[in-house]
Design a protein around this ligand. Sequence first.
Ligand code: ME8
Length: 695
Amino acid sequence: MGGKFYITTPIYYVNARPHIGHAYTTIACDTIARRHRMLGDDTWFLTGTDEHGQKIERAAQGAGKTPQQFADEVSNAFRASWDYLGLSYDDFIRTTSDRHKKGVQALWSKIRDNGYIHKGTYTGQYCVFDELYVDAVGPGAPCPDCGRPTETVHEENYYFKLSAFRDKLIDLYTSQPDFIRPETRRNEVLSFVSGGLRDLSISRSTFSWGIPVPDDPKHVIYVWLDALANYITAIGYGSPDQSRYEKYWPADVHMIGKEIVRFHCVYWPAFLMAAGLPLPKGITAHGWLLFEENKMSKSRGNIVRAETIVDVLGTDALRYFLLREIVFGQDGSFSFDALVQRYNADLANGLGNLASRTLTMITRYFKGEVPYPSHTAAHSPQEDVIAVAAAKTIEEFGSCFDRFQFSRALEIAWTLVSAVDKYIVENEPWALGEKQDEASRARLATVLYTSAEALRVVAALAHPVMPEATAKIWSQLGLGDIRKVDLTQLRWGQLRLGTKLGEVQAVFPRADKSAIERMQKMEDKNNSGAEAVAAAGTPSGGTSVPPPVQARAAAEASSVAAGEASSAASSAAPSASAKKTVPAIPEGKIAIDDFVKIDLRVAQVKVAERVKGADKLLRLEVDLGTEVRQLVAGIAEAYTPESLIGRKVVIVANLAPRKLRGLESNGMIVAASVEGGNPVLASFLEDVPVGTRLK
Ligand code: ME8
């Protein structure tokens, strides 16, 4: 370790807001990136949004917006969701950004100059939903992949000479068996490619929402060539500064869902080969998150939003559940019942209980200082068993995790948690604590040291999966910043005698039945709201996005998580506006009575402080003239708390309160959302009295 590590998620379509299916991939990548950082690797974690193509153009039309407005709003919603979840991405690429467009055109030119692009005519079927040419079916036939109707297209197009890469691709899959994981996916791809490859149409001329073909702007570049290129354009391919590209490319892992294997494992390496560029080291496809037996997806309308789970149980609960419950690579079901059950069993009763009883007893019996384990009379073979089990856990957890067997890795770590739990029960430290004789004290010290050391080992291993809770455990153990841990050096016995514990607090409070009801209600409300909008809306009837989804996208896209700095544009578009039927409003505009619903006010920051365990959040108290309010804002990476005290800001004052990391946020601070950069707070050149309304 100590090398570089580059990991990517797919870039998500902006035809609707994120749900836990997208969060699943992004959380898995976040976890892997965090582990690599702890192993000392120079790590780069990329995510982003896929914003071009006919599907997006039609979804925008259905929502009565321009494609760019629509893309801006939904892309912001993805970013806000990832920030709300505290995901540690290093860059967020948007395919409508200039840096990406230039990179894609550079890639196109390279492939063309190398002789792999020619002009031809395509007559055949196209599936707008999958943005896929469907050669095998005739007019009117459904798409073999998704079952939706295909459309007949007849276009003069540019073609990519995919057929020239059949043998090279087969060589790649056979010489590098790990290029596609898991093996089932590799076998599928191998058999698909072995059957022969036809040249691929890589431009469209019947619509314009895309990147123009260099020297022939009547054509836009096929959305999958555009999208796949993000993995190199984001790190600078095609830009004057190639340093990041040179450092990180080729990617170590492209993480994707199983439905986009063909694009990543056939088209992408072929495009790269044609351009003479190095290939990624590996592509890993995971399975689907199912809800009531179906793939959770925006088009089915059976989505669950990550925010709901975060608000009720916390981010770590969601992360742990997804990685522990589902065997990575296979499909897995999501249900609130299973989530709460797993949370209570493994987190509240498991790790949380181990932490709280160990730390509470050290506080009570040893004045909050880690006691010295006895090596003499008070030592029993039980301690050796735990020490050996912990050493084995460190090794096996790592080897499973690094093969992306997250569920198995966590199961192994929790076997240690159970073993220590049993050890505590058997040794009854609470009974030893009541005795004052020297032997009992020595035995108590040994039992509590052993438990605390096991807790330390599990916290370090589980940190990439549950960053918040393990950071709390770490500081309660008196060990400082867990992110500085060097996992390559993790061994049994490193907890120092006399370490002063921090304040002991429960990390995973038990969830009762009402947690399930609350989450269910939040999602029901979200989904029924969308239907109401759908009924009032005027969907285009395009095949790509069923009506409820278009409407939900319109309604949801305009609201940004309260804890985020919103862009000025999105904060001025209330979600309620989508519900009103306002005739004669030009496309993409809102009426003044929609705008006046938003109470924008000048406020002055009185108190600003970081939110513990949330790198991006600040807790603010702002004076509105008539009252002082608490807000939680996602601006900690852009502003230090000190720089904000006394500053006048603009807030949305009538936003419904919501909880972030357990703190109530009463309003939203308005900021420009700068692509690829930090948010910039809205402010005034002139002095404006506190409480003044913006209109
Ligand atoms: O395909 N279960 O974007 P997309 C598991 N823009 N994962 C899921 C999921 C579910 N129910 N739903 C979504 C695209 N995902 C293209 C990608 S990349 C160059 C272009 C995750 O918005 C999973 O990672 O349809 C899946 O592959 C991805 O979201 C699809 O996102």
